[in-house]
Ligand binder design. Structure first.
Ligand code: UDP
Length: 326
């Protein structure tokens, strides 16, 4: 039986597709390539180009294959854009997901792994953040993921949909084959590496007046390979007919923007110019996961929790692919 992976050509989805295949799973990818890269998906994987909310297309895929579970990655994920244009975030991340879910339920496919986010918590009231922390997102992107979480709960209660919603902290790093190639790129680690490569003259530090040791914001960075493994464990969890769960994915350790830049200097051996810029709107000072539940419920053990391994892997990918996937 196959696994349907939506957004399988994206940054996280493509790594999970790689790992599923290594485990001998049959994988089908559905991606509209609005942000994904066809080159990130192995030629031997059955690939459907289209929208997840295209009920006709999804029904047709479900008729042609025997599908056991769906892993749903495809979503828009730019916080700033979501504030400026919430319509497309609610339509794409909520509306289309709802249509996908309805077709799955109609076809009796009731195992669902969902990419959620720590952005559903909003401004933290306490750190580290565990799964019981109140959720009050501070932008439409976070709300769109929050809404899907509530839909999943209702569908579990009414239709017996079993899901694992994984709340990602800061996904980063690369495997040998798959890396981070967003257009536009807004994330700290790839931008720092662009500065190291000379593709950017400097990296802006968004705020050095946060109430942290060095004044810069702290995040919980998680290696994409570890993140991917958690999805495989979530699938196993569902196969064992266990309960639906919301689970944080982070390392439980925070690093400041300055620590990230310093580590990148050490690993690349290159000069990285910095400029202090104003804080980015809506950026909390400190986001760190309490990641115990992933270990307890899924048996997840991150292999690359240190910042060095994460940046080393990203640097290797950027050196090997100086123009990303193009
Ligand atoms: N950041 C920064 N300069 C940049 C990009 C990001 O100082 O050019 C900071 C950002 O303000 C945040 C951290 O780096 O504190 C991580 O940002 P990123 O966009 O990678 O992930 P986010 O935490 O926003 O999801």
């Amino acid at each position: 039986m196959a696994i349907l992976v939506t957004g399988g050509a994206g940054y996280i989805g493509s790594v999970v597709v790689e790992d599923l295949r290594k485990n001998g799973e049959e994988v089908l990818v559905l991606d509209n390539l609005s942000y994904g890269h066809k080159q990130a998906v192995d030629k031997n994987v059955t690939f459907y180009e289209g929208n997840i909310g295209d009920e006709k297309l999804v029904s047709q895929i479900l008729k042609q294959h025997e599908i056991q579970a769906c892993m749903h990655f495809s979503a828009f994920a730019y916080v700033g854009e979501s504030v400026e244009n919430p319509k497309i975030y609610y339509e794409n991340n909520v509306g289309q997901t709802l249509r996908l879910l309805n077709v799955l339920i109609e076809n009796n496919i009731k195992k669902f792994v969902f990419s959620s986010t720590c952005a559903t918590y909003g401004e933290p009231q306490k750190v580290p953040i565990d799964e019981t922390h109140p959720q009050h997102p501070t932008n439409p992107y976070g709300w769109s993921k929050f809404m899907v979480e509530r839909i999943l709960e209702s569908y579990d209660a009414a239709y017996g949909l079993k899901f694992v919603a994984l709340r990602y902290f800061n996904a980063c790093g690369a495997t040998r084959k798959c890396g981070e190639d967003h257009d536009p790129e807004t994330h700290l680690i790839p931008l720092v590496l662009f500065a190291a490569q000379g593709k950017l003259p400097f990296i802006s530090i968004f705020g050095d007046d946060y109430p942290t040791l060095d004044g810069t914001a702290i995040r919980d960075y998680i290696h994409i390979a570890d993140l991917s493994q958690a999805h495989l464990l979530a699938l196993e969890h569902l196969r064992q007919n266990k309960n639906s769960e919301f689970i944080n994915l982070g390392n439980g350790q925070g690093f400041s923007v300055k620590e990230v830049i310093e580590t990148a200097r050490k690993i690349t051996g290159r000069n990285i110019e910095v400029k202090i810029a104003p804080r980015r709107l809506g950026d909390p000072s400190r986001l760190v996961a309490d990641a115990k539940k992933a270990r307890q419920v899924l048996g997840w053990k991150p292999r690359f929790p240190d910042l060095e391994s994460i940046i080393e892997s990203a640097w290797a990918w950027h050196l090997a692919n100086p123009n990303g996937y193009d």
